[in-house]
Design a protein. Structure first.
Length: 392
């Protein structure tokens, strides 16, 4: 590793939503002024990966307020938002599991329990990604961070956190259930909330006027999700100038991570290029070809990866060692598909170019542990305004 120090200044781009109160319309061409300059010390002149800024951007029409965050936390944990009123956002994005659920494939409405012990028949094709740092989704290197281009879900089907926040409510498997249609669910949820005086008051405090609407629900939930950040891992502290915080093995792992070219895809401040790649991940009880039919899924962020097992879009690998051994397998012989539906030449060229050995695997795993920051908001309300069971 090249020793030395340099500084670079990052301009965080803001986002203005061009929207009326009821319709969320995004205009990615409209960018707000810089929030602040952020100075980062970089002890190793590292170009491939970067630290996170202390705080994310908030969109121009959804700026943070404590009243909105207080409302959004309650909505996040209240099963009143689900069609069956037995599941909340927090059921499957729980702080005990890094705001994921610890399942291979997630279980939606009609399930029982939380985390890896949750049971039920409504299995989602994939697991639910962690919500930690989704406020930074789309960020590769900080200077081109634009929240209007923030890929969400394993297939990048949404491009901003505000869009993502409403999708689980509309999904029959996730929160809606089969008894209420997609067209009916939001009006029914609004009617339920309007019948609860505490929510009526909370929405007025959060938005400055009376009224509960789909747009206000969206803006509120995304406010809470945007507050779930971890920006002070040991890796971040190393990049900010604490040159002695990583062990020699961890530094070796950082070098190997770059030299083996893991950072070709797991790059930037979020350790992801946010692109879809075909890797030949083995199927997990179903044949999931992804949204494009090419068995390609988004590069996940590696931040807090030690908290979010099992791994890959379908949780088919239990450990980081399993993941790296998989990458070792598909890199041999210019492709060695682990999925019978994927030909060797379909595997992303970046994955075929890797050349790992056992020592590198152990060191890389040690380095990946440094990307975890456990100092995030784990608060669960003791009650919710609907008086239902918190979390469902």
């Amino acid at each position: 590793m090249i020793k030395g120090t340099f500084k670079f200044y990052i301009v965080l781009l803001g986002l203005i939503f061009v929207a009326c109160e009821e319709d969320l319309v995004l205009d990615p061409a409209v960018i707000a002024d810089a929030v602040e300059d952020h100075v980062i010390e970089n002890p190793g002149n590292i170009q491939e990966v970067a630290t996170l800024p202390p705080m994310p951007n908030y969109p121009g029409n959804n700026l943070h307020s404590q009243a909105k965050e207080d409302l959004s936390r309650l909505l996040f944990w209240d099963p009143v938002l689900s069609g069956t009123m037995d599941i909340s956002c927090g059921t499957c994005h729980h702080p005990n599991f890094g705001y994921a659920d610890g399942l291979e494939r997630s279980i939606g409405v009609g399930g029982n329990g939380i985390g890896p012990n949750r049971t039920g028949t409504n299995l989602i094709d994939t697991n639910f990604p962690t919500l930690l740092n989704t406020a930074f989704n789309g960020m590769t290197f900080l200077e081109n961070y634009n929240p209007a281009a923030a890929p969400m879900f394993w297939d990048n089907r949404n491009s901003v956190l505000e869009e993502q926040s409403i999708m689980p409510l509309l999904s029959a498997l996730e929160m809606r259930g089969n008894q209420i249609s997609e067209e009916e669910i939001i009006p029914i949820v609004i009617e339920r909330l309007e019948a609860i005086p505490e929510y009526v008051s909370l929405f007025e405090s959060a938005f400055g006027s009376e009224g509960i609407s789909e747009n206000r629900i969206v803006l509120a939930i995304s406010t809470f999700e945007r507050s779930l950040i971890t920006t002070n891992s040991r890796f971040d502290r190393y990049m900010r100038g604490d040159a002695n915080i990583l062990t020699q093995q961890e530094l070796n792992g950082l070098n190997d991570f770059i030299d083996v070219e893991c950072a070709d895809c797991h790059s930037g401040a979020m350790f992801s290029d946010f692109d879809l790649h075909t890797l030949s991940v083995p199927n997990n009880r179903i044949n999931d070809a992804g949204a494009t039919g090419n068995y390609d899924f988004r590069t996940p962020s590696l931040r807090n990866v030690s908290l979010t097992a099992p791994y890959m879009h379908n949780g088919v690998f239990d450990s980081l060692e399993d993941v790296l051994e998989f990458y070792d397998s598909i890199s041999r012989g210019n492709g060695n598909s682990q999925n019978s539906n994927v030909n060797d030449n379909q595997i992303a060229i970046e994955a075929r170019d890797l050349n790992l050995n056992n020592n590198q695997i152990n060191d890389i795993i040690a380095f990946l542990q440094t990307l975890t920051d456990t100092d995030f908001d784990k608060t669960i309300p003791t009650s919710v305004p609907s008086n239902m069971q918190v979390g469902g």
